[in-house]
Design a protein around this ligand. Structure first.
Ligand code: FAD
Length: 394
C-alpha cells in the first residue's frame, strides 16, 4: 500500500466522516484562496478584514460550539480545520483561534442567554469579529497580576487599563476584556471578571503593534480603556476568577496543538519537494544520506505530532481531557513544528530565507506560537505540577 506523504501513519483514516469532510473543504479553500496571497499579507503586516469575513462563510468560527449559528462539530473536526489553516500560515489559524476559541468560547461558556443570542450568530458568520484581552504589558505569564480594573457604580461598570499583544484588536467589533472587578455588594468582589466591550464604546481604542518579525499575517494590537462605561449587563455572569479566561485558553491551545501539525507538515512537504527537484554534485539533494536523515527526522516529528493531536482530540471529544494534557500537546507539537521548520529551512539553502518559500515564514511564526497561549516554560510547569502535585509557578 502506498504511503501518503501528507499522512505517513494514516492518522486521518481514523477520523470520522465529518472531520474528513472538514479537512477536504478547508484544504481546498486554503489552496485556492489563501495560499496564493499569504506571503503578501505577511509582507504587508496584516490580513485584510474581508478575508476574515470569508473565513466565516467557510464555517470555521466557533465550529465546535453548539447553537447560535455554530456548526456543533466535534473538537477533532475543529482541530483538523486549525491544522489545514496553519499549514498555510499560523496567522490565519491565530485569527480563527482568537475569534472562535477565545472570544466566542468566552461568551458561549460564561455569557448570559441574552449575550449569547446577541453576539454569537453574527460572530459565527464573521459579520462580527471578536478579540480577547487578557495579557497586559506587565502581566503576561502571570495574568493574575493584571492592573485593569472594573468598578461598579450603581448600574454602570467603569473600566480603566490597557491590554497588550491582542490578536485582531484593531478590527474587532467586540473585545472580551478581563479586569479586576470592584463590586462591594458582590460576594466575588475583587476577583477577575470578563466584560463584553463593543469597540465603538467611548474610551476604548486600539493601536496596531508594528515591526513584528513573526506572525505578520495576523494583526496584533494594544488596547486602551479609558473610563469605558458599560451597563451592568456587560459582565459575563458565569466567569469569576482566573478560571474564566483559562477555560477559554485551553480551548485555543487545543487548536494550536493541531495547528502546529499543519505548519510542520507544510515545511516538511516543501523540503521534500525541493530535495527532489534540486541537484548538487550531479545528484538530487534527496539522494544524499545526510539529507535523507533530515527528511526522515521530519517525517517522525510531523507524524508523532499528528498522532498526539488525534489522540488528544479523542480524549477531548470523550470529555476526558485534562488541561495538563493540553499543555503536553501544545508543548510537544509546537516544539516538533519548530524543529521541522528549522530542518526544512536548512534543506532549502539560500532560497529558504525568502518569502518565495514557506519555511522561514513558518519558522518565524512558530516563535510566537511557542510564546502565546502559555510559553514553553508555563506548559513545562503545568505538566510537572500534574505529576508531582507541587506548583512551581511562583
Ligand atoms: P513573560 O511572561 O514576561 O515571559 C518572559 C519569559 O519569562 C518567558 O520565557 C517565560 O516562560 C519566562 N517566565 C515567566 N514566568 C516564569 C516562571 N514562573 N518560571 C519560569 N519562567 C518564567 N494575549 C491575549 O490576552 N490575547 C491575545 O489575543 C494574544 N495574542 C498574542 C499574539 C502575539 C503575536 C503575541 C506575541 C502574544 C499574544 N498574546 C495575547 C500574549 C501572550 O499570551 C503572552 O505574550 C504570553 O503569555 C507571555 O507573556 P509575556 O510576553 O509577557 O512574557
Amino acid at each position: 500500500m502506498a504511503i501518503d506523504p501528507h499522512d505517513f501513519l494514516a492518522v486521518d483514516d481514523q477520523l470520522d466522516a465529518d472531520a474528513r469532510a472538514v479537512r477536504d473543504t478547508v484544504r481546498s479553500y486554503a489552496a485556492a484562496e489563501l495560499e496564493p496571497h499569504v506571503s503578501d499579507w505577511y509582507s504587508a503586516g496584516g490580513l485584510p478584514v474581508e478575508v476574515a469575513k470569508e473565513l466565516g462563510k467557510l464555517g470555521v468560527f466557533g465550529m465546535h460550539l453548539t447553537g447560535y449559528g455554530c456548526a456543533g462539530l466535534s473538537a477533532t473536526a475543529y482541530g483538523v480545520a486549525c491544522r489545514e489553516l496553519e499549514a498555510v500560515d499560523s496567522g490565519l489559524r491565530s485569527f480563527v483561534s482568537a475569534h472562535g476559541s477565545l472570544a466566542m468560547s468566552a461568551i458561549h461558556h460564561w455569557g448570559s442567554e441574552e449575550q449569547r443570542a446577541t453576539w454569537l450568530p453574527g460572530m459565527a458568520t464573521g459579520e462580527l469579529i471578536g478579540c480577547f484581552g487578557l495579557t497586559e504589558a506587565e502581566a503576561g505569564s502571570d495574568p493574575g497580576s493584571m492592573r485593569t480594573t472594573a468598578v461598579r457604580h450603581g448600574d454602570t461598570w467603569v473600566i480603566n487599563g490597557s491590554k497588550m499583544w491582542i490578536t485582531n484588536g484593531t478590527f474587532a467589533d467586540v473585545a472580551i476584556i478581563w479586569a479586576r472587578a470592584t463590586d462591594p455588594g458582590d460576594p466575588d468582589d475583587g476577583r477577575i471578571r470578563g466584560f463584553l466591550v463593543p469597540t465603538d464604546t467611548p474610551g476604548f481604542s486600539a493601536t496596531k503593534i508594528e515591526r513584528k518579525l513573526s506572525l505578520r499575517a495576523s494583526v496584533t494590537a494594544e488596547l486602551w480603556l479609558d473610563d469605558v462605561q458599560l451597563p451592568a449587563s456587560a459582565a459575563l455572569p458565569g466567569a469569576r476568577g482566573l478560571s474564566g479566561p483559562l477555560t477559554c485558553l485551553n480551548e485555543a491551545r487545543f487548536g494550536i496543538l493541531w495547528g502546529a501539525v499543519g505548519a510542520a507538515r507544510a515545511c516538511y512537504l516543501e523540503a521534500l519537494r525541493h530535495c527532489d527537484e534540486r541537484s548538487q554534485f550531479g545528484r538530487k539533494l534527496a539522494s544524499f544520506q545526510l539529507v535523507q536523515a533530515k527528511l526522515a527526522q521530519m517525517v517522525v516529528a510531523v507524524n508523532s505530532a499528528a498522532l498526539n493531536a488525534a489522540h488528544l482530540g479523542r480524549l477531548k471529544d470523550a470529555g476526558m481531557i485534562d488541561p495538563a494534557q493540553i499543555s503536553f500537546g501544545k508543548l510537544a507539537n509546537v516544539r516538533a513544528a519548530a524543529e521541522v521548520a528549522r530542518l526544512a529551512r536548512s534543506l532549502l539553502g539560500g532560497a529558504g530565507i525568502t518569502l518565495d518559500h514557506t519555511v522561514m515564514r513558518h519558522m518565524n511564526n512558530l516563535e510566537t506560537v511557542m510564546t502565546y497561549e502559555g510559553t514553553e516554560e508555563m506548559h513545562l510547569l503545568s505538566i510537572a505540577r500534574s505529576v508531582t502535585g507541587i506548583s512551581a509557578f511562583r
